[in-house]
Design a protein around this ligand. Structure first.
Ligand code: F6P
Length: 624
C-alpha cells in the first residue's frame, strides 16, 4: 500500500499494476489488455478465482499514481470535476421536465446497463410524484436486452435513427453514450449526431480508455472513426458543450470482457452522478466533491461487504462449474432489478464464452410494467427471448434436472412467500438450489426458507438513515454486489469448464467488428505470428471449405462477421491450425477429442518444436 492516498479507502486498493507501465501491451487499449493479476486464471481453483476477480474489481477504486504513466482514475480531480460539470447540466433538465429527456445508450452489456439505470431513476422520480424523464437505447432494440445480438452495435446510422426517434419534439436532451472500450459505432454515430445539434443535445461519452486509445479504424458506412468522434467531444468539453467521462479502471479479469469491470464502473459513475444531481436539484445548491465522494465510498463498501463472502461465492463457482462440465445449465432467477442483473449476466456469456443460450440464463420475477420501451418485442417471442417468470415456470421448470444449478436472487424486502413458493416448485425437480439474499441489519430469513434452501449467501447491509433519494444507494449497492457475484460465478464456471486460456476468452463468438479484431489479436498473442497470417487463418476457418479468394480477403469486415456469427469454436480452431500447422478438419477433430478446449490448446502450445511460450512477450513488429 502506498502512503500517498488522498482518501482513506474502505477497501485495500491495490498498488498500481504492471499494466500501467508505458510498454505493457502498448498496442492495445486498456480495456483490451490482459490483466497481470489473472495471468493464471485458467489454472485457478474456485477459491483462487474469486480472489483474483476480487482484486481486479478493487482496481476500479485505485487512485492515480503520479510516478507512472498517469491515467485518470475514478478519484482523479479531473474526473470528479467533469462529473460535477455534468451534474450541473442534468440539474437543468431535471428542473424543466417539459420536453426534456435524459437518454442512456449503449451496445450489449452497456445497453443493458443503460436500461437498468433508466428503470431505477424513473422509479426514483415516480416516488416523488414526477413523470419519467429517463429513457434508454440499446443497439438492436429491446430484444437485445435479453438475448445477445452483437452485430447491431456496428451501425452508426442505426444509432442515429434510434436516438432521433426517442428525442422527437424534445427541446433539451442530455445524452449518455456508453462504450466501455470507446469503440461501439452505434454510440459513435449518436455522439456525432448530438455534436451536430448542440442547441438541443449535451452529449456525454462514458468509457474506460483515454481518448488516444479509442478505436481508430474508420467505421463502415460512416465518415469517421470512434477516435475522431471522441477527439471532437474533448474539444467541445473546453466550452462545456460536450463531456468525456473516461477514468481508467484497469484491464478486465478476462481480457476484453467489459461486462465485468466496465459494466460495474459504468454503474458506479453514472449512478453517483445522477443520484447527486437528484439529491441537490431541489436545494438549488451546487453539488460538492464531498457529496460525490460519499456516494463513491458506498460502492467501495459494497466491494468489501460482497467479497467478505468469498468462501461461499467460491462454493457457488464450483457448483456452477460442475453443472457446465456435465453439460447441464445454470439458471439465475432474480426478483425485480436483481432479475435484470441476472439477465445481463446470462446474455453476455454467449458472445464471451461461446456459450449456448441456456448455459447460464437469467430470469426476471416481479412487476415489469413501465420497464421496457417495447415489451411486445420480447414477450412470447419464442425460447430465445424467454426471460419472465412465466417462461421459467413453463419452459424451464419441467426440464430441470439434478445436474442443473438454480440460483435465486432476492432482498428481504421482496415477497418472501412468493420466493418460497417458487423454491418449492424448483425443489420438486432438483435439490441443487442456492440463493443470494440481501438483508438490512435486523432482518432475518424465515426458517422455512432456510430449510428449503440450505445454501444461502446472506449479505447483511447496515441501516442507512437517509432522505428519499439517498435510500436508492442501498438498492444500488445490492445490485452491484449481485453483479459482482454473478460475474464471478459465470466467469468462474466457464474457467472450470476449460473455456478460458490464461486470461483470454479464446472461444468468443466472432459476432461484430470489435470481436473480429479481438479474435485476430488473440491468435497473435498465442502464436507470435503476424497479424496478416492470423487474419488469414481466421478467415480460412470462417469460410471453410470455401477457398479464400483475393476478393473475399478484401471484403469488408461486416461480411466476415455475418458469416462467422453463428459458427462455433472459430477462434480455437484457427489457433490450432496455426499452432499445429494443420488444416481445419484436423483442428476440429482435435478439439472434439480433447476433454476441454483449454486442454486441446494447452497441448498444442506445449507440443515439442514450439519455441515461443505463450507468456513470452511478443516483439512489437510481430503485432502488425
Ligand atoms: O459486442 C460484444 C461486446 O464486447 C459486449 O461484450 C459488450 O458488452 C459490448 O460489446 C459493448 O462494448 P462497449 O461498452 O465497449 O461498447
Amino acid at each position: 500500500m502506498r502512503g500517498t492516498k488522498k482518501y482513506s479507502h474502505v477497501i485495500d486498493t491495490p498498488d498500481p499494476g504492471k499494466w500501467e507501465l508505458a510498454g505493457y501491451e502498448s498496442t492495445l487499449p486498456i480495456t483490451e489488455k490482459s490483466n497481470p493479476i489473472t495471468r493464471e486464471l485458467d489454472r485457478a481453483d474456485p477459491g483462487q478465482i474469486v480472489q483474483l476477480l476480487r482484486d481486479c474489481d478493487a482496481e476500479i477504486f485505485q487512485e492515480e499514481d503520479q510516478a507512472l504513466v498517469n491515467y485518470q482514475r475514478l478519484y482523479s480531480e479531473m474526473v470528479l470535476k467533469t462529473m460535477m460539470d455534468i451534474i450541473g447540466k442534468v440539474q437543468e433538465v431535471l428542473k424543466e421536465p417539459e420536453n426534456t429527456l435524459i437518454v442512456l445508450s449503449g451496445g450489449g452489456a452497456s445497453g443493458r446497463m443503460a436500461f437498468l439505470m433508466a428503470v431505477s431513476f424513473n422509479k426514483l422520480l415516480k416516488g416523488l410524484g414526477q413523470p419519467p424523464q429517463y429513457t434508454y437505447l440499446i443497439a438492436g432494440g429491446d430484444r437485445c436486452l435479453v438475448a445477445s445480438q452483437e452485430g447491431h452495435e456496428d451501425s452508426a446510422l442505426l444509432g442515429i435513427e434510434d436516438l432521433n426517434k426517442v428525442c422527437e419534439g424534445k427541446k433539451k436532451v442530455i445524452f449518455f453514450g456508453i462504450s466501455c472500450g470507446l469503440s461501439a459505432p452505434y454510440v459513435a454515430g449518436q455522439l456525432d449526431f448530438c455534436m451536430n445539434n448542440l442547441d438541443i443535445y449535451t452529449p456525454v461519452l462514458v468509457g474506460f480508455n483515454p481518448v488516444s486509445m479509442a478505436r481508430s479504424e474508420k467505421i463502415e458506412g460512416f465518415h469517421s472513426s470512434f477516435r475522431q468522434v471522441a477527439e471532437r467531444m474533448e474539444k467541445l468539453q473546453e466550452t462545456h458543450q460536450a463531456f468525456v467521462l473516461n477514468p481508467a479502471v484497469g484491464p478486465e479479469g478476462v481480457a476484453g470482457s467489459s461486462r465485468m469491470k466496465g459494466g460495474s464502473a459504468t454503474k458506479i459513475l453514472l449512478e453517483t452522478l445522477l443520484l447527486a444531481a437528484h439529491k441537490t436539484v431541489s436545494k438549488d445548491g451546487e453539488v460538492s466533491e464531498k457529496c460525490l465522494l460519499e456516494i463513491l465510498r458506498t460502492y467501495e463498501r459494497a466491494h468489501k461487504v460482497t467479497y467478505s463472502q468469498s468462501k461461499k461465492i467460491a462454493a457457488l463457482v464450483k457448483q456452477a462449474g460442475t453443472s457446465l462440465q456435465k453439460k447441464a445449465y445454470v439458471y439465475l432467477v432474480g426478483w425485480h432489478t436483481l432479475g435484470i442483473i441476472a439477465i445481463m449476466d446470462g446474455a453476455e456469456c454467449v458472445p464471451t464464452f461461446g456459450a449456448d443460450l441456456n448455459d447460464v440464463r437469467g430470469f426476471l420475477i416481479g412487476d415489469r410494467s413501465e420497464m421496457f420501451n417495447r415489451e411486445a418485442d420480447l414477450v412470447a417471442q419464442g425460447p430465445k427471448f424467454a426471460f419472465s417468470e412465466e417462461d421459467f415456470v413453463k419452459s424451464i421448470l419441467p426440464s430441470l434436472t439434478e445436474q442443473d444449478t438454480v440460483l435465486f436472487l432476492f432482498t428481504m424486502d421482496d415477497n418472501l412467500a412468493e420466493v418460497e413458493k417458487l423454491a418449492i416448485q424448483v425443489k420438486e425437480r432438483t435439490s441443487n438450489i442456492h440463493a443470494l439474499s440481501h438483508a438490512t441489519v435486523g432482518q432475518y430469513l424465515p426458517a422455512s426458507l432456510k430449510k428449503l434452501i440450505p445454501s444461502i449467501i446472506s449479505i447483511t447491509w447496515p441501516i442507512l438513515f437517509l432522505e428519499y433519494e439517498g435510500n436508492f444507494i442501498q438498492r444500488f449497492q445490492r445490485e452491484l454486489s449481485t453483479k459482482w457475484i454473478l460475474n464471478t460465478v459465470s466467469t468462474g464456471a466457464h474457467v472450470l469448464k476449460g473455456k478460458i486460456l490464461r486470461n483470454y476468452m479464446v472461444d468468443l463468438r466472432v459476432s461484430n467488428a470489435k470481436l473480429f479484431e479481438r479474435a485476430v489479436a488473440i491468435l497473435q498473442r498465442f502464436t507470435g505470428d503476424t497479424r496478416a497470417k492470423c487474419r488469414e487463418a481466421l478467415l480460412q476457418v470462417v469460410y471453410h471449405p470455401e477457398q479464400l479468394s483475393q476478393e473475399l480477403r478484401a471484403a469488408p469486415v461486416s461480411k466476415h462477421v455475418a458469416r462467422a456469427t453463428d459458427q462455433v469454436q472459430v477462434v480455437p480452431t484457427a489457433l490450432l491450425c496455426l499452432l499445429r500447422h494443420c488444416a481445419v478438419p484436423e483442428a476440429r477433430a482435435r478439439l472434439d477429442a480433447a476433454p476441454s478446449l483449454r486442454a486441446a490448446l494447452d497441448a498444442a502450445l506445449s507440443a515439442p518444436g514450439r519455441k515461443r511460450g505463450p507468456d513470452q512477450p511478443q516483439p512489437e513488429e510481430q503485432r502488425t
